[in-house]
Structures are given as C-alpha cells and as structure tokens.
Design a protein. Structure first.
Length: 180
C-alpha cells in the first residue's frame, strides 16, 4: 500500500511510515502559489501583480508557524489536521491580507508623473509675484505660483515650468515670447 515516494520520505524523517502533516501541506501550497506567480507574472496587469506571491509567502509563514508550534507544544497532528484546519485557513488569509496591504506595495514600481516643460495653462485668478493663485491646466483647476517679478492677470495664458507637490510653477506667456 505504500507508494514509491512514501518509503524514502519515511526514511528521511526517521519515522516508520510517512505522514503528510499540515506544515508539509502549507509548504506545498507555498511552492505551488509562488511558482504560479513566477510563471504568470508577465501576463498580469501591473496593478494585479504579486497577489499570488504574497499568498504563497503567507502559506510558507503558516507552515513555519505550525512546524515550530509542533516542536514547542508537542501536539497531535490528527487534531490539527482535521478539527482545527479552518483556523489554519483563517490565519493564512489574515497573513495574506497583511502582506498584500503592507509588503506588496514595496515591489510595485510606479511611474512618476512628470509635467512636460513649457506647457500651457490659463489663469483663473490674479497671481501676484511669488504668490499662489489658481490656473486651469489640462481641464482641471490647479494651485499655481508665479515665478515672475510681475503679477499675472486673470484669464491670461501662462506656461507651466514644473510641478512642486500639488502646486504648478508658472510664468506669463509674454515672458517666454520676449526671450525668444
């Protein structure tokens, strides 16, 4: 009744027969989920990457917790495998959720938003020299700071030089044309 694999595994664990224990189950789940993520990572959109890997890592953590717990508390696997398996799944889901929320964002590479140099905007309010006001840039209202020594009147065309946080740094249209 023994399979070809169970006899070498029993010899490796110094047991008369090989028993498939919960830490081995969770280790197998961890390897399978991590391999799945490895093979399908390029086919997933950027925002869905690393979910399966985080579930695999949490299965590995679950395996280590059960293995160390069995050594520390010397409990029977039959009780853990059949009666308390729902708690293992609950802990695995909790660890997965924690990893997805706090660890997964470290692996996601986000593109930085860069405003192209010298793009146009229109002032909504008057912007005095060195002060902030409001402009319409690409259809949205933005806070803007005037870099020129003179004020800018409302409904005037301005050029956006750069962005600092949520504030656009602007200069009047006439300043760009005078220098050219």
């Amino acid at each position: 009744m023994y399979s070809i694999l169970s006899w070498p595994l029993a010899l490796a664990t110094n047991q008369p027969t090989f028993a498939f224990t919960p830490p081995m189950l969770w280790l197998l789940i961890a390897v399978v989920l991590s391999a799945i993520d490895l093979f399908i990572q390029k086919t997933q959109p950027q925002k869905y990457r690393f979910y399966v890997l985080m579930m695999g890592v949490s299965a590995l953590i679950e395996s280590l917790i059960l293995w160390r717990g069995s050594i520390a508390f010397d409990f029977s696997w039959a009780n853990v495998m059949y009666e308390d398996f729902d708690w293992q799944i609950f802990y695995w889901m909790g660890i997965s959720l924690a990893l997805i929320i706090w660890i997964r964002p470290i692996f996601i590479v986000r593109k930085k938003f860069v405003i192209p140099e010298a793009t146009e905007a229109t002032t909504i309010s008057e912007i005095l020299s060195g002060e902030t006001g409001m402009v319409i840039y690409e259809g949205a209202s933005w806070k803007a700071r005037n870099e020129d020594s003179q004020g800018i009147a409302p409904r005037q065309k301005v050029y956006v030089l750069r962005r600092e946080g949520n504030t656009l740094i602007v200069v009047p249209d006439k300043l760009i044309h005078i220098n050219n």
